[in-house]
Design a protein around this ligand. Structure first.
Ligand code: NAP
Length: 274
């Protein structure tokens, strides 16, 4: 299959005020896609749109809280009215926290599902109406490598990412006959504000503390891989083959994996940092 020419194909991206969403918006604009950027912090979105336009691209900013279905519908309407159509939607907005399940109120677990999981469906559903009518399009969700592995203290986050992953997989097969691609993105640890948010919501961080090392990447790396996936659609976007294979091994050897993960709790060094 030849590469899809992205020039002139509009995309709406949630969580574009920071990190992976922002980097992806810039990469998509550089590939010639008109971009609708969405989040709650409009000052950042306005600055991003100014940057896109200054580089010769097309962009609009739309204030969206992804937990609100009406605001998500408004994002898709605004994209179509600004650019004439919508080709792709990237449900990227999300956050995390660290807390043992027995110390986490139900409300907090429902809340993270509202943003990470339902926030994805809220924006995908109205975009799908246009894609089904045109019999073409591309749906992307930013899941995580943790979709494949539940970590202690991060089981709520991992569960939302696994839900995106499983929905993505099922939808991929449902929508292929309609000419619509569905992809999930599975970043490893990426240098974004996610870690600050984890620490803010958790009063510190046991395991998700910002760090450096071999398994840390930039948001631009994820963005480039995502644009490659838009050009040549694939089911899952990974930026580390080593992590991908390692996670496959954790499925094959759950007992061994648990023994390794048990050290997270025992190691006081990991109780650090904000
Ligand atoms: N960083 C990593 O290591 C990593 C690894 C795997 C997966 N991911 C996933 O990557 C995605 C992007 O995260 P990031 O790392 O780029 O983090 P980030 O820098 O903290 O960005 C998160 C984005 O989500 C938006 N957001 C959060 N809640 C929202 C809501 N209710 N409505 C609208 N927008 C909302 C934020 O915008 P506003 O606050 O302005 O609304 C922000 O633009 C997330 O789904 C995350 O789970 C990240």
């Amino acid at each position: 299959m030849s590469a899809i020419n992205l020039r002139g194909r509009p995309i709406a991206i949630t969580g574009a005020s920071a990190g992976i969403g922002r980097a992806t918006a810039l990469a998509c604009a550089a590939a010639g896609m008109p971009v609708a950027v969405a989040a709650r912090r409009t000052d950042r979105l306005d600055e991003l749109v100014a940057q896109i336009r200054a580089s010769g691209g097309q962009g609009i900013a739309v204030k969206v809280d992804v937990t609100c279905p009406e605001e998500c519908r408004n994002l898709i309407d605004a994209t179509v009215s600004a650019f004439g159509s919508i080709y792709a939607v990237y449900a990227n907005a999300g956050y995390g926290y660290e807390r043992a399940m027995h110390e986490t109120p139900d409300e907090e677990i429902r809340e993270i599902f509202e943003t990470n999981f339902w926030g994805s469906l809220n924006v995908i559903r109205p975009a799908l109406v246009h894609m089904l009518a045109k019999r073409e399009g591309h749906i992307l969700m930013c899941s995580s490598c943790l979709a494949k592995l539940g970590l202690p203290y991060m089981c709520s986050y991992s569960a939302t990412k696994a839900a995106q992953d499983h929905f993505g997989r099922g939808m991929r097969l449902e929508l292929a006959p309609h000419g619509i691609h569905v992809s999930t993105v599975h970043p490893i640890r990426t240098t974004t504000e996610l870690f600050d948010e984890v620490a803010r919501r958790s009063g510190g961080s046991r395991i998700y503390a910002k760090g450096s090392g071999f398994f840390v990447q930039t948001p631009e790396r994820v963005a480039d891989a995502t644009v490659r996936c838009l050009r040549r659609p694939r089911g899952e976007v990974w930026t580390s083959m080593l992590v991908r294979l390692g996670l496959a091994a954790t499925v094959a050897f759950p007992g061994l994996t648990d023994r390794v993960l048990a050290r997270i709790k025992a190691d006081p060094q990991r109780q650090a940092s904000t």
